[in-house]
Design a protein around this ligand. Sequence first.
Ligand code: ATP
Ligand code: MG
Length: 473
Amino acid sequence: MLPASRQFEAALGIVKKLRSEGYEAYLAGGCVRDLLLGREPLDYDVATSATPDVVLEMFPRTFAVGAHFGVVLVAHCDAAETLQRGSSEGSEGEKPTEVATFRSDLAYSDGRHPDGVRYTQSAEEDVQRRDFTINGLLLDPLRGGISLSERRGGEKLLRSAVLDYVGGVADLDAGVVRAIGDAHKRFEEDHLRMLRAVRFAARFGFELEAETRRAIRALAGRIHAVSRERIRDELTKMLTEGHARRAFELLDETGLLAEVLPEIVRMKGVEQPPQFHPEGDVWVHTLMLLDQLPAGCAATLAWGALLHDVGKPPTFKRAPDRIRFDGHVEVGVAMGAEICRRYRFSNEETRQVLALIENHMRFADAPRMKESTLKRFFRLECFDEHLTLHRMDCLAAHGNLDIHDFVRERRAAMPEETVRPRPLLTGRELIAAGYPPGPAFKEMLTLVEDAQLEGAIATAEEALALVQQRFEK
Ligand code: ATP
Ligand code: MG
């Protein structure tokens, strides 16, 4: 029932130690929720009545991350005597446990952070400051004086060890994300919670409780008070947790999407030529791509999928023969650049997201590409992401994978040294051959590289001969 992981054992050890010194301590928040859902938690958080200075004193290897918010990181090897048992592995690289002092938040004046916190001896008060009922559960792993992990027992035992001050268990059973207390007030305090609500609902396939949903709708416009980086990180999580479609439908229904990515809302109702896109409009097509994003996929691939057709709404045209989106790739790249700037993506990520938009239509030409063009196409950074995006794009439309299969097979059959062979000639050798340095060098070297990629030449002598045929000295 309970995981026997070192992470869990470490958190348990911390709880034991705190208890033995007379403090209250529980597992808290997301890990309790995950355990009840039968999912292995990514990390374990401990909530305690001990203040940070006590925690810092009690455990030798600690780090005061958010001491002003009452959070101390406790590294594992000192936390639990059980930890090293039967293992030669050290604790390096293992996530420390977050130990947070029971607290209640003071007023919020920036729409994101409390102006300060007040420590409390009351676990219940600590739960009240948390965001959602499903995130407001505490677990007493030593209930009845026996460590849960040492007891054989099913879900019933686990449930009997839960402290639920907010109806979180019922909401978990019903599949509901519900703000703790007055939803409107809770989102007014911290606007980021609006995005968190959507993210948890999408991740678990839950519904937003009616009041919670209404409050988000009413306050969606305030999301701009949250930093762009935080908004981006929430969106990226939604895109890469395996439930991106549901997340974006919920963002749309709550009005958040119109605030954070109005360019995506504009895709709605933008018709496409039915012979290429039997699935429907650009919005439906994009949702069908999101539907295919697996949990753990690269953020750049996910954003590329979201934005690949972002240039379609502004370029929509009903031409005499059919609907056209002339220039949608170029417009899309420009819009993508603006969005990446808005959300403070790194240069590297921006480059890849824009490359995905820029190249997504080139696959159609692949079967007719010259050998050299195809090889240069394969040189795109993270070509796998381009190929995956193309596959999703096809499956979200006509479903024909002929081109995808062709490209994949060609790529697989082509060794890296034929895609990026060593150059046969360099500028230095051109100079040695008597050519004065200048802009023509680029043309010469491209000519040589083309012939090399086509397999027409293979030696430096052949390369020089080719240059001499075409270029006077
Ligand atoms: P995840 O699996 O995504 O980590 P989590 O529930 O563990 O989900 P965290 O962001 O790690 O989420 O936060 C841990 C706990 O802290 C939450 O379960 C919740 O109780 C509380 N919490 C986090 N952020 C907020 C917030 N903005 N407002 C109120 N409570 C919060
Ligand atoms: Mg967490």
